[in-house]
Write a new protein. Sequence first.
Length: 457
Amino acid sequence: MEARLTFHSIVLFKPAVHYHAVANTPSDEFPESGSCRGRIRRPMGLTSTKYRHTSHAHAAPPLRQMDCTAHSVEYDVVKNIVRPLTVLTDVWCSSGSVMPNGTFYHTGGNGGGGNVVRVLNPCSSGGLCDWNERPNALLAARWYASNHVLPDKRQIIIGGRGQFNYEFYPKNSLTNKLFALPFLSQTNDPGAENNLYPLVIQNVDGNLFFFANNRAILFNYKTGSVLKTYPTLPDRNPRSYPSTGSGALNTCGRMIITDPNPQWVMETMPLARVMGDMQLLPDGNVVIINRATRGTAGWELRQDPIENVSFHCDSIRDGRVLVVVVARMEGLSLEPFSPSYLDPDFDFLQPRIVSPKSQSGIKYGRSFNIRFTVNGTVNTNLVKITMVSPSFTTHSMSMNHRLLELSITQSARFIGKSTYNITVSPPSTTNLALLGYYMLFVVHQDIPSGGIWVRLQ
């Protein structure tokens, strides 16, 4: 069966820079700065002269006279409704993550937005929650930085243009300072950089795996020490922005980072690709979508896009991948990509979750039951439960993106009327799964159900 890319009817006003799925169903998107020519206006007619327009990354940005465009919107995927939000500082090429309680911290940006933290507290669908901006909340201006949520309910914010350091947020008396990270200066190519938006992943031992340019380290953020230096990619080609390979260009490198003697295994990809997005699917596979074939994502060198390409996509609860497609002069559209497991021919195999209800809480290491229905014949040996943490997506980067396959305590068993029960256990430690919201799926013969939100606590 073939996967499908189906046009979604909404068209927005400017190229989207960032977005994140949140647990009250909508996806948040953060378009780049523009003028009153935008199609979506700021709430209540608010205007601002705080936005600056930059025609080139190195140009001095003159002030705009007036700006009444909404630079942030909340998009309800189910209802196909856009609600404008209020952002008064420049969010271009910023970063962010959702905290365990659902609060969205959005950090940094261009110009006057570089030291700002923007906070969006969750509200129910149809609510009127909006951004609260905290100027000078960051000690360094963060432009092209990366964020990762930590087990202690803080975020670590790493790097950014000209920033070879990291800091924590929220801060306390011990962490209200910058911490040097020589790895970032060592991976900075003069004139090209190639280490912006560094890849950050929490390892199973609680330490952080950093990848920038073509090199990687294992880092203890509690002591500020490098625990391991991994081999350089054999082809030495950079992956980080502006190369923006999302982990793969013409070649793909794979490595087991927990191996005692880790080594890269390289293979040539079917297509050369820059600005590609990699998303974890609920069936455990990885989809690679979007691309240009030559050049880089930054500094105006992108060439030969396969379509009007952007580098933003995110997994949503129904198993699709929401893709942002950008035409530079025409605006922005959203297109849901349907993987082959959503083909109608597989409907008889697809599970449907009966319980628990969406927004339910689950506990570390504590077993719980999932009831689901399947219209066709069920192979109980081919049922698994996965949880996917939604990512903050920008520049082919999916921050805090993680997929878990839960341990089965009692296999799926028939309980009547096409209904089955399976008992599973979430991880017992925050090293494997951070506190917070996940999309939970029942997967039967590689066909996932629609997801529900669960909160791991």
